[in-house]
Design a protein around this ligand. Structure first.
Ligand code: CAA
Length: 258
């Protein structure tokens, strides 16, 4: 399906979703957020798709929520619209892995969108920031909570209170991104990572995503119990038998997602 603000390509088993508002540095307006929630939900439902890559342009992943669209709103407008909550909730319901491939600016809602994905691969030109304080507001789609969990309180406070940007090297050092690659290799690297994931048992992939996300959402004791239960549970799958037999027989596993 055609979108106004996105370009969506299904390549083999990978859904590649590109944010596409170049004139506004991919600022997230309500159309783009609605389309993104729809495209991600469709990719999640598409049986052919086994992993998703979300990217922007070399210059900007996304420079934040669209300031032009928001500037005249009042409290009741934002409250009644529940600004971007239904869209981000839909993204969080996606069970397939989403890799953010970030180049250039990932600011405000752009940084928050990258953090909603399952992991971030950055180009060496990436710049992350939560500059909402310069606009007289605070991050609104998870930035105060997620950035703090990624990089710790001190750096998160620094980013949110000063509005400064973090370069790719600092983002990798502080745990915000999983790897940094030259800008020309960004998309290939993200697609290769998605390909690797696509080779695995998709039952196991979804369980891994659920289990790692538990570490953000519950206590250590509850998270460990969840991990133990899903670990035990996977011994009831054909793919566990195949994976372990393949190792012992010194061959590649042929997973059937069963
Ligand atoms: N919203 C709307 N338009 C934006 C935008 C945004 N967040 N960011 C950039 N643009 C637009 C600019 O207005 C400009 O459009 P025009 O040509 O029509 O004037 C175009 O994109 C190019 O931008 P610049 O000319 O500013 O480009 P630059 O290279 O000089 O600077 C930048 C780049 C540093 C990213 C700068 O554009 C910038 O600071 N943008 C705003 C970043 C920001 O404050 N983001 C947070 C938004 S609030 C938010 O996200 C809340 C939330 O948590 C949900």
């Amino acid at each position: 399906m055609a979108y106004e603000t996105l370009i969506v390509d299904i390549k083999d088993h990978i859904a590649l979703i590109r944010l596409n508002r170049p004139d506004a540095l991919n600022a997230l307006n309500s159309t783009m957020m609605a389309e993104l929630a729809k495209a991600l939900t469709e990719a999640d439902r598409n049986e052919k798709v086994r992993a998703i890559v979300l990217t922007g342009s070399d210059k900007a992943f996304a420079a934040g929520a669209d300031i032009k669209e928001m500037s005249d709103k009042g409290f009741v407008d934002m409250f009644e619209a529940d600004f971007f909550t239904p869209e981000t909730e839909a993204m969080l319901r996606v069970r397939k892995p989403i890799i953010a491939a970030v180049s250039g600016y990932a600011l405000g809602g752009g940084c928050e969108l990258a953090m909603i994905c399952d992991f971030i691969i950055a180009s060496d030109t990436a710049k992350f920031g939560q500059p909402e304080i310069n606009l007289g507001v605070v991050a609104g789609i998870g930035g105060t909570q997620r950035l703090t969990r990624f990089v710790g309180k001190s750096k998160a406070m620094d980013m949110h209170l000063t509005g400064r940007f973090m370069d790719a090297e600092e983002a990798e050092r502080s745990g915000l991104v999983s790897r940094v690659v030259p800008v020309k290799k960004l998309l290939d690297t993200a697609m290769e990572a998605a390909d690797k994931i696509a080779e695995k048992s998709q039952v196991t992939v979804k369980v891994v995503k659920e289990a790692v996300n538990r570490s953000y959402e519950t206590t250590l004791r509850e998270g460990l119990l969840f991990e133990r239960r899903v670990f035990h549970m996977l011994f009831n799958t054909e793919d566990q038998k195949e994976g372990m037999a393949a190792f012992l027989e010194k061959r590649e596993a042929q997973f059937r997602d069963r």
